[in-house]
Write a protein of this length. Structure first.
Length: 176
């Protein structure tokens, strides 16, 4: 199976961005992100909110920078989440995690799904076999994938897979 590196990268990037937002300005982690059972309506609200959030999310510091998130940016994201029917930004983040976890495992060509841990493990194996990647870059990429592997969770709600597949085109548009 040939999963798209783009899908994996999108999933990892979104999850990394959400992890940054889940950190309070003090640096202490707030409630951890969790998977939720999705509905058509939730995915539609997610797509609309994500589309509005994208220009603001570009202003976020890199997740590994250690820089705090500007409270104005977080307030703007919170307002957009509420505008689209989420109780708060954490509720939006849980939906985003649930969507991203499925998206990272979808093969765009075949539409088949592979669990997140296996997707990451497959990418680690592919990268280890790739002799065209410079050693320092390969090490950094492998470190990032190893961290993602530690955090990867199985899909908690298998019915989310079919719902995300149903909306995959809309989701891809807002995720890049």
């Amino acid at each position: 199976m040939s999963l798209s590196r783009r899908s994996l990268s999108l999933g990892l990037a979104l999850i990394g961005g959400l992890a940054l937002l889940a950190t309070a300005p003090s640096g202490r982690a707030t409630e951890p992100l969790k998977q939720v059972k999705l509905s058509d309506e939730m995915i539609q609200r997610f797509v609309k909110a994500q589309g509005e959030m994208n220009p603001i999310l570009e202003k976020l510091p890199a997740p590994d920078s250690g820089a705090p998130v500007d409270p104005k940016i977080k307030a703007s994201l919170e307002a957009i989440a509420k505008k689209h029917g989420f109780a708060n930004l954490a509720g939006f983040d849980d939906v985003a995690l649930s969507v991203s976890a499925v998206m990272a495992g979808l093969d765009p060509a075949s539409g088949t799904f592979t669990e997140p841990k296996q997707v990451i493990q497959n990418e680690i194996e592919r990268l280890n076999a790739d002799t065209s990647v410079p050693a320092d870059r390969k090490k950094a990429m492998l470190d990032e994938l190893a961290e993602a592997l530690k955090q990867a969770q199985p899909i908690a709600f298998p019915e989310n897979i079919e719902l995300v597949k149903k909306h995959v085109k809309e989701i891809e548009k807002v995720l890049g």
